[in-house]
Design a protein around this ligand. Structure first.
Ligand SMILES: Cc1cc2nc3c(=O)[nH]c(=O)nc-3n(C[C@H](O)[C@H](O)[C@H](O)COP(=O)(O)O)c2cc1C
Ligand code: SF4
Length: 409
């Protein structure tokens, strides 16, 4: 475990150790502003020993937003964000914020306009009609990525993580499934990377010499017709050439293969239980298992693909996906990754890193039933193990999925 607890750098930023709380959407904002709850959660993770914690899924502009509980990174929220980053720093950790644009994964009421994407069409998952972006709008969005980095600096963040995966806007341009454009932003992979290139140029300019830039990128989109590993390697090499300081290796596509990101089953009853719109609640209850296909969970589920990236790239790489205990964390370090990110282990135990330091065999209590993910669509993020008085039907669903996970293991 020695390597895990040694300092390491992402560009100009040195972390006290190699653990990072991954960007896992907290749903704790109010009217797209930060709250005390968001501060308390990240402070508990920082005090729990991580090298860096990441505030998730902040939109770079109004049309980038999928939820009212999401941050919109703009000058008006610099002061409250500074209270969060000051607290994180006081606890000895570094602070990062994930920035992105949801593309067509939103509604008019949240985005303030018809949802926009790489191409126009109907998105069943939101569900909504989306409009393809014009080239002049793409330039504006790229500039807004740069502005978001400057705002993050003003708010005291050490690093920014650009979301270029999971089927959000940059990924919608990269993937042939969502990019059907006939102009210079569509067609060949080189053309499909053009928007990402424009955004990264603005991001790196804004980062200057004092901010670390990570990019979360797919190793596969996770469905037939999406990007496979060879194309994703080309994208990763391009990101390395564009000057990214580290890549976070992930996969999956929210509108096609959402569970490829996290693995396991989506607890459909729990997800729909919190939904307010009745048509959506009962529609998802009926079709949810078909729309959100099950992908079995296994420990270190991205390791095989991530090894290929490790052997092909020189820049620091961040492993994420299925780290559950000391041995899995140690394995990631032994395989040559510079950092590891964790989502659910730190949701379940915000002090998981300190526990690992005390006991190198420690295992987190996460059962990978994914209640936290199901809940996130309508409520603030929470682990079911921290909640009392959950409705009996939710408890029953949790037990059923736990049994299913045990059989797969
Ligand atoms: C509740 C929840 C919310 C998530 N939200 C995001 C997000 O906003 N952005 C992102 O890039 N990944 C998101 N993820 C994915 C995680 O960052 C991480 O990649 C994934 O959970 C695998 O790591 P783990 O096995 O350590 O949980 C989320 C995961 C969870 C569990
Ligand atoms: S809700 Fe379930 S999957 Fe999510 S962190 Fe808690 S135990 Fe893990």
């Amino acid at each position: 475990m020695t390597k895990l607890f040694t300092p390491a750098s992402i560009g100009p930023v040195t972390l006290r150790n190699r653990t990072i709380r991954s960007a896992a959407f907290e749903g704790m904002g109010k009217d797209n502003n930060p709250t005390q709850m968001l501060r308390d959660y990240h402070l508990s993770v920082a005090r729990g020993g991580v090298g860096m914690t990441t505030l998730a899924y902040a939109g770079i502009c109004r049309s980038a937003l999928s939820f009212k509980t999401q941050l919109w990174l703009r000058p008006e929220i610099v002061e409250p964000l500074r209270e969060i980053t000051d607290g994180i720093h006081a606890a000895g950790a570094k602070a990062s914020i994930q920035i992105g644009h949801c593309g067509n994964m939103t509604h008019r009421s949240t985005a303030g306009c018809i949802p926009v994407g790489a191409s126009s069409g109907f998105n069943l998952y939101s569900p909504t009609i989306a409009r393809g972006l014009r080239p002049d709008e793409l330039k504006t969005l790229a500039n807004q990525f740069g502005d978001a980095v400057r705002t993050a600096r003003d708010a005291g963040f050490d690093c920014v993580e650009v979301h270029a995966g999971h089927g959000y806007l940059i990924s919608q341009f990269l993937s042939p499934y969502t990019n059907r454009r006939r102009d210079e932003f569509g067609g060949s992979l080189d053309n499909r990377m053009r928007f990402m290139r424009m955004c990264m140029e603005e991001v790196m300019k804004a980062a200057g010499s004092d901010m670390g830039i990570l990019v979360k990128t797919n190793m596969r989109d996770g469905f037939n017709g999406g990007l496979e590993i060879e194309d994703c390697l080309t994208v990763a090499r391009e990101l390395e050439n564009l000057g990214a300081h580290a890549l976070v290796l992930s996969g999956g596509f929210v509108s096609k293969a959402p569970m490829y990101v996290m693995r396991g089953r989506m607890p459909i009853y729990s997800m729909t239980y919190y939904m307010k719109q009745l048509w959506l609640k009962y529609g998802v209850r009926m079709c949810g298992n078909m729309m959100i296909p099950y992908v079995p969970f296994k420990e270190l589920y991205f390791l095989d693909d991530a090894r290929v990236f490790r052997s092909e790239l020189k820049l620091p790489l961040v492993y994420v996906g299925g780290v559950v205990d000391g041995p899995t964390a140690r394995k990631v370090m032994e395989e040559g990754f510079e950092f590891l990110q964790m989502g659910r282990a730190l949701l379940n135990e915000p002090d998981f890193v300190n526990r690992l330091r005390e006991d190198e065999c420690h295992r987190c209590g996460c059962d990978h039933v994914n209640y936290c993910i199901a809940r996130m669509y309508s409520r603030e993020m929470a682990c079911h193990k921290h909640l009392d008085n959950l409705p009996p039907k939710i408890l029953k669903e949790i037990e059923r999925i736990k049994d299913e996970n045990a059989k797969v293991r």
